[in-house]
Design a protein around this ligand. Structure first.
Ligand code: SAM
Ligand code: SF4
Length: 312
């Protein structure tokens, strides 16, 4: 569930430095509308975990109330965040019943951080992570994207740091979802390269547990118990096992991260439709899910919405 398309960072694999139009406020779902759709998804359609994302979900004023209402439905709640502001909000989120948290961190070098995110906020992110831990939001997962010539030589350093600090790190292959449409298949750092780079400093062995629908391939680091995940979204897609549905901040169902069609639940909601009609439209949207995202096909077309407006 994406709660906003706005963000206080400008990671260059996600957003342009400036010039991205925001969703108009009147098109954004209200807190009550978000909670109603989540309730339908959980109660009528069997959703068992709700992850809040964005843009930056911590920028959504009603976040703690939305988390509390979702928690009350008896499902797992989680958050994907850049951790800016967590130093203030972590206790309230834990109190609201947030179960898990994924934070994005691509480097532990403040200068590289500023180069990637275009904001000099590295130390605020670290403070946010520590506050999340102090609030009991564990285990904390970190997501990292490697960019060639920027931070791809820092993969092992980042993993060592994550292990020392008790964070579960996962590397994500860079995907064609940037608002600028600059992604280039030849330039992206592949899962195999990530594995090789990490293997120069650590011994990685496949983790002995079923992967299920989780996107990350997990490896034990130096015999465990520490692990590292590699998400090969582009080079080894896991579409066949994907059981996710995405809801944008303006109430559109996307049955895939790379979908080019959306189903408008907001219009239905605001036309006075009852829960059964909304559930029916939602199910119909899921039947349209394609077998795979096809990034490696010549006919692949990047979706119009960038990652920040879809919800990663
Ligand atoms: N702002 C929050 C954050 O950064 O965690 C939540 C939204 S962000 C879009 C969710 C995740 O998508 C982040 O982990 C980010 O690294 C990842 N992401 C963004 N653009 C990406 C891209 N082009 N390829 C791969 N991952 C990307
Ligand atoms: Fe913002 Fe997350 Fe995109 Fe970075 S990855 S610009 S933190 S939405």
């Amino acid at each position: 569930m994406s709660l906003t398309d706005r963000c206080n960072l400008r990671c260059n694999y996600c957003m342009p430095a400036e010039g991205l139009d925001w969703l108009p406020t009147e098109e954004t779902l209200t807190d009550d509308e978000v909670i109603r759709l989540i309730t339908i998804g959980v109660r009528d359609l069997g959703i068992t975990e709700v992850r809040f994302t964005g843009g930056e979900p911590l920028l959504r004023r009603g976040l703690a109330d939305i988390v509390a209402a979702t928690h009350a439905l008896g499902v797992e709640t989680s958050l994907t965040t850049n951790a800016l502001g967590l130093a203030i909000t972590a206790p309230a989120l834990a109190q609201a019943g947030l179960d898990r948290l994924n934070a994005s961190l691509d480097t532990i070098d403040p200068e590289t951080f500023a180069a990637i995110t275009r904001r000099d906020r590295f130390h605020d992110v670290i403070a946010g992570l520590e506050a999340a831990r102090a609030a009991g939001l564990a285990p904390l997962k970190l997501n990292a994207v490697l960019l060639r010539g920027v931070n791809d030589d820092q993969a092992a350093e980042l993993l060592g740091w994550a292990i020392d600090h008790g964070f579960d790190l996962r590397f994500i292959e860079q995907m064609p979802l940037d608002a600028q449409h600059r992604w280039n298949r030849e330039e992206m750092v592949t899962a195999d390269e990530i594995f090789e780079r990490l293997s120069q400093a650590f011994t990685l062995t496949p983790h002995d547990a079923p992967r299920g629908s989780a996107p990350a391939e997990l490896f034990d680091v130096d015999g465990g118990p520490a692990t590292v995940g590699i998400i090969a979204s582009v080079t080894r897609p896991f579409c066949g096992d994907c059981d996710r549905v995405r809801l944008t901040a303006d109430g559109q169902i996307r049955n895939c991260l790379f979908a080019r069609e959306e189903s408008d639940l907001r219009a239905l909601l605001r036309s006075g439709a009852d829960d059964a009609a909304i559930a029916e439209r939602w199910v119909a949207a899921m039947w349209g899910k394609r077998a795979g995202h096809g990034i490696d096909d010549e006919t692949f077309l990047q979706p119009d919405r960038p990652m920040s407006a879809i919800g990663g």
